[in-house]
Design a protein around this ligand. Structure first.
Ligand code: 13P
Length: 271
């Protein structure tokens, strides 16, 4: 049973004041629809996470208290503390109220040279420091056109999960974000995203074992909008979305959540 997950990656946008204005509007817009109703267990509803820039994380987490909406960071260092100017640790994110951390985003891989080895260390650190990692993978346009998408994504999944145990793998989230679809307005075809998500599950099964591939949650990210999200959510192996641009507007992000609910309605509970 995989709970749908919708993650807002704000990237380097919003000051604390702007973030709090957003949270107020967002709660007014969507809370009624996603909050726990009566005796329905919370885990039957989609999980919603907001990942603001680090300076706004504590304020956003506090503003979300009691709503069931979670927060997260966009990056961490793999060490707990020390002389690493400009970095933040998983422990710090956790103390600021964060639950999740986005790791290995393509903007970090290309702009800050994050290799699969670094992503693996950060994934390990996130788990050790009580955060749930969202590991991002995805091919460039050249790689897609050269027909090497599967090879690239397999390598990134293998590399990023190199230090994770079978038990831990089940708590992981992997986000498939084709680099050419990020911020371009050119989203992947849902059937292509589904194909890659199935590949991701197969690789997780192979490297971690124990049927983990069907337990990890796989998201799609890249130019997700209220209009196109339904196509992705109709695909059974895609559990949710990682949203950039359209997550910056509370009305648009709420519409994405609503569309997700429409396509992935209440899960049946086991108890
Ligand atoms: P866009 O939704 O702006 O394409 O960004 C996707 C992304 O990078 C989310 O992590």
């Amino acid at each position: 049973m995989r709970r749908p997950l919708i993650v807002a990656n704000w990237k380097m946008n919003k000051t604390i004041d702007e973030a709090l204005l957003y949270i107020g509007a967002f709660i007014a817009e969507i809370l009624e629809e996603i909050s726990v109703k009566g005796s329905v267990p919370a885990r039957t509803w989609p999980e919603v996470v907001i990942a603001p820039p680090a300076p706004a994380l504590a304020a956003v987490s506090a503003a979300l208290t009691g709503t069931g909406i979670l927060s997260g960071a966009q990056n961490i260092h793999w060490e707990r503390k020390g002389a690493f100017t400009g970095e933040i640790s998983g422990e710090m994110v956790k103390a600021a109220g964060g639950t999740y951390v986005i790791l290995g985003h393509s903007e970090r891989r290309t702009g800050w040279g994050e290799s699969d080895e670094i992503v693996a260390k950060k994934t390990r650190a996130a788990l050790d420091q009580g955060l749930l990692p969202i590991v991002c993978v995805g091919e460039t346009l050249d790689e897609r056109e050269a027909g090497t998408t599967q090879e690239k994504v397999s390598r990134q999944v293998r590399g990023g999960l190199a230090l994770v145990s079978p038990e831990e793998a089940e708590r992981l989230v992997i986000a498939y974000e084709p680099v050419w679809a990020i911020g371009t307005g050119r989203e992947a075809q849902p059937k292509d995203a589904e194909e890659v998500s199935l590949l991701i599950r197969a690789v997780v099964d192979e490297i971690v074992g124990r049927g983990s591939g069907s337990k990890v949650r796989v998201l799609y990210g890249g130019s997700v909008t209220p209009e196109n999200v339904g196509g992705f959510m109709a695909r059974p192996s895609i559990d949710g979305t990682l949203v950039g641009g359209k997550s910056l507007d509370p009305a648009a992000f709420s519409s994405i959540i609503r569309e997700t609910l429409r396509k992935k309605p209440l899960l049946k509970t086991e108890d």
